[in-house]
Design a protein around this ligand. Structure first.
Ligand code: SER
Length: 610
C-alpha cells in the first residue's frame, strides 16, 4: 500500500463513521502562543476540546503535518522523526472509549489487514494521587475484541498519558497500539526492558481520552466534555505495511537515502537518516515561510540545517549535495503538499546561504573546539567557551553539546545561558543607544544580515514614495468654477520599522491596501537600484542642514544636533544611525512577503533579501 492510499483509506473510513474532514493546518500554530510548532493533529483543535462548538460538528478527522524536536537525538533509530504526518480522528464530547477502540481495531485489522497476532496494547495504570483511575475499561474493550490479556500492559504517565501540547490545556490517559516489526517471533509480552523499548515494537496508534485540563497550577481538572484524540503516524504505518523494519526504507524516505548514498564517500546509517530527516523538515519549514534566525522557530530551523550540514560533512557528501536531496523530497511530496514545489526557490536559496556561511565556519569551529578539549583537565566545557563558539562560528549550543559528548565531555549549560544573557544585556544597551531598542544582533552573520536589511529599508522607503506618489489634495472652493487650490504632500511617511536578521518590517502612512501591481513596481524599483551597484554614502552633518538638504527623517525620532546621513546615489537620503552595507549589490534580491494593515491609515510591509 502506498502512503497516498493509506491517507485516502483513513479519511474514507472515518467519513463513513460520520466524521468531517479538516484540512491540514500550518506547521506554525496560528492561535496557540504556548507552542512553536504544530506537534500533533489535536493542537489546532484545543479550543474545541475545551468546549467551544466546532463549525463542522463533533466528529472530525484529518491528516496533519507535524514537527517535533524533543526527540531529535533519537532520530537515526528505526522510527523517530522530526517531521511526520499524523492521521487523526476526534470526538468533541461525542463518542468515547468503546467506539474509539473498536474503530481503531477495525481500521487496523480489517482495512489495513494487520494480523491481531502482531499487535500489543498499553493502557494507563492510574494515578490515585491525582484521582485518575486505572484504565481497566479500555483493557476490557481490547480483550473483548480478541487481544490476549498478556499482551496488554499497564504503564504510567511517561508512556500512557498525552498532553497538553503546551504548558496548559486538554490532556488525558491514552491507550497505544504497538506492532512487532522484527523478523523473530512476536514476544509473548509487551514490556519495556531496562534499556527502554525494543526498537522492533513500533507504536502505530494512539487513542487519547482527553477528559482533563492541566491548569497553570499543574492540576488536572475534569473537562466539561469527554473528548477523544487519536493519532496514527503515517511513516510508521507505511513501514509496517511495506514490511520494513524502519521508516527510512519506505517510499517516503528511500529516494532521499539512496541519493545520500550516491553522493557520499563514507557509509554511516545513522548519519544518512539524520540528514534525510532534517532536510525534509527544513523543506517543510521553509515552505511555510520560516527563515533561519537565532530565536524561536528560526532557531529550530537553523539547528536542523546546521545539524544536517555537520552530518553531511561526516559522510563527505559532494558539494551542493543538498540540491539533489531537496529535489527528491519535493518529488515525494509535491502532489500532497504543493507548497513544497511552489516554494522550491526559497528552499534552495535558504539552503545555499546557510550552507555557504556555516560550512566554512564549521571547520574552524571544530578545530577550535578540538583545541579547547585538549587543554582540559576536567571533562567540562565552560558556558563562556560554548558561547564563544556560538558567537564566532555559529554553533548552536546543542551542536557543541553533541560534539563534545562524543568525547565524554559536558557543557555547562547554565553558564552558557548566563554568558548569553550578559552578552545580550551589553548589546541591548548598545543597540538601544544606537537604534532605539531594536532586537540585539548576536552573531557577526546576523549583524551583517541586519545591515543589509537597513539599507534595503531605505531603498524601500524611497521606492514607496515614488510608486505611491505625491497626492494632490484639492481644497474645495466656495465659488463655483474657481480652480481648486492644490496642496501637495507625499502620502508615504515612515511610521515604524523593525529589523530582525531574517526580515524587515516597515510601517508607513497610506490610506488603502496596495495593489499587486504596486507591490511589484516597488519590488522592481528596489531590485533595479540593487543591480546598479550604488555606493551607500555616509556623511555627518548638522541636523538642520541635513533636513534642508532633503534628507528624510523618521518623524517619531528625536535627533541630536549632529546626525549621520546615508545617501544612495541621488535616489535616497535619510538621517539614520545605521548600520548599512557599502554598496547596494550586496543585498541580493529583494522581495515583499506581506502587505497588511497595521492601524487606520497605516500599512505594514514585511520583506526579505534572498
Ligand atoms: N495527540 C496524540 C499523539 O500525538 C494522539 O493524536 O500521539
Amino acid at each position: 500500500m502506498t502512503a497516498e492510499q493509506i491517507r485516502k483509506k483513513f479519511l474514507e473510513f472515518f467519513k463513513k463513521k460520520g466524521h468531517k474532514v479538516l484540512p491540514s493546518s500550518s506547521l506554525v500554530p496560528e492561535h496557540d502562543p504556548t507552542v512553536l510548532f504544530t506537534t500533533a493533529g489535536m493542537q489546532p483543535l484545543v479550543p474545541y476540546l475545551l468546549g467551544e462548538p466546532h463549525p463542522l460538528g463533533r466528529r472530525l478527522c484529518n491528516i496533519q503535518k507535524c514537527l517535533r524536536t524533543d526527540d531529535i537525538d533519537k532520530v537515526g533509530d528505526s522510527s523517530h522523526l522530526t517531521f511526520f504526518e499524523m492521521l487523526g480522528n476526534w470526538s468533541l464530547g461525542d463518542y468515547f472509549k468503546k467506539e474509539t477502540i473498536e474503530w481503531s481495531f477495525e481500521f487496523l485489522t480489517k482495512e489495513l489487514n494487520i494480523p491481531l497476532e502482531k499487535l500489543a496494547i498499553s493502557v494507563f495504570e492510574g494515578e490515585p494521587e491525582n484521582n485518575i483511575p486505572r484504565d481497566e475499561e479500555s483493557a476490557e474493550i481490547w480483550q473483548k475484541l480478541g487481544m490476549p490479556k498478556e499482551r496488554i500492559v499497564y504503564l504510567g504517565r511517561e508512556d500512557n498519558w498525552w498532553g497538553p501540547a503546551g504548558k496548559t490545556g486538554p490532556c488525558g490517559p491514552d491507550t497505544e497500539v504497538f506492532y512487532w516489526t522484527g523478523k523473530s517471533p512476536v514476544p509473548k509480552k509487551l514490556e519495556p526492558t531496562d534499556k527502554g523499548w525494543d526498537e522492533h515494537w513500533f507504536e502505530v496508534w494512539n487513542d487519547v481520552f482527553m477528559e482533563y485540563e492541566k491548569t497553570e497550577e499543574g492540576k488536572f481538572v475534569p473537562l466539561k466534555q469527554k473528548n477523544v484524540d487519536t493519532g496514527m503516524g503515517l511513516e510508521r504505518m507505511l513501514a509496517v505495511l511495506e514490511g520494513k523494519e524502519n521508516v527510512f526504507e519506505t517510499e517516503l524516505f528511500l529516494p532521499v537515502i539512496e541519493e545520500i548514498r550516491r553522493l557520499a564517500s563514507k557509509k554511516d546509517e545513522r548519519a544518512e537518516r539524520i540528514i534525510a530527516d532534517h532536510l525534509k523538515s527544513t523543506v517543510f519549514l521553509i515552505s511555510e515561510g520560516i527563515l533561519p534566525s537565532n530565536i524561536e522557530r528560526g532557531y529550530v530551523l537553523r539547528r536542523l540545517l546546521r545539524r544536517a550540514i555537520r552530518y553531511a560533512k561526516l559522510l563527505n557528501l559532494k558539494e551542493k549535495w543538498y540540491l539533489d536531496l531537496i529535489k527528491k523530497v519535493i518529488g515525494i511530496y509535491q502532489d500532497t503538499y504543493p507548497e513544497v514545489r511552489t516554494k522550491e526557490t526559497d528552499i534552495i536559496t535558504v539552503w545555499q546561504k546557510e550552507e555557504e556561511c556555516f560550512a566554512k565556519a564549521l571547520d574552524k569551529g571544530l578545530t577550535r573546539l578540538e583545541k579547547i578539549l585538549k587543554s582540559k583537565k576536567e571533562k567540562i566545557i565552560t558556558g563562556k567557551e560554548a558561547f564563544d563558539i556560538y558567537q564566532s562560528y555559529g554553533f548552536p549550543l546543542e551542536l557543541t553539546e553533541e560534539l563534545v559528548k562524543e568525547k565524554d565531555f559536558e557543557v555547562d549549560k547554565e553558564g552558557f545561558y548566563q554568558a548569553q544573557k550578559e552578552h545580550q544585556e551589553i548589546s541591548r544597551r548598545g543597540a538601544e543607544k544606537k537604534f532605539g531598542g531594536l532586537h540585539p544582533p548576536t552573531t557577526h552573520e546576523d549583524k551583517y544580515q541586519m545591515a543589509k536589511l537597513h539599507t534595503a529599508t531605505h531603498l524601500l522607503h524611497q521606492a514607496l514614495r515614488q510608486v505611491l506618489g505625491k497626492k494632490v489634495h484639492p481644497v474645495k472652493s466656495s465659488k463655483a468654477g474657481a480652480s481648486p487650490k492644490a496642496k501637495q504632500f507625499n502620502r508615504v511617511k515612515q511610521m515604524g520599522s523593525d529589523i530582525r536578521p531574517e526580515r524587515l518590517r516597515f510601517d508607513f502612512s497610506f490610506e488603502r491596501k496596495m495593489t499587486d501591481e504596486e507591490i511589484k513596481k516597488v519590488e522592481d524599483l528596489v531590485n533595479q537600484k540593487i543591480k546598479q551597484d550604488l555606493e551607500v554614502k555616509k556623511e555627518e552633518m548638522e541636523y538642520e542642514k541635513a533636513l534642508k538638504s532633503g534628507a528624510l527623517s523618521f518623524f517619531k525620532e528625536k535627533y541630536p544636533e549632529r546626525v549621520t546621513v546615508y545617501s544612495i546615489d541621488n535616489f535616497s537620503k535619510e538621517i539614520c544611525a545605521g548600520p548599512h552595507v557599502k554598496t547596494t549589490s550586496e543585498l541580493g534580491k529583494f522581495k515583499i512577503t506581506k502587505e497588511e494593515s497595521s492601524a487606520a491609515g497605516i500599512r505594514r510591509l514585511r520583506a526579505i533579501l534572498e
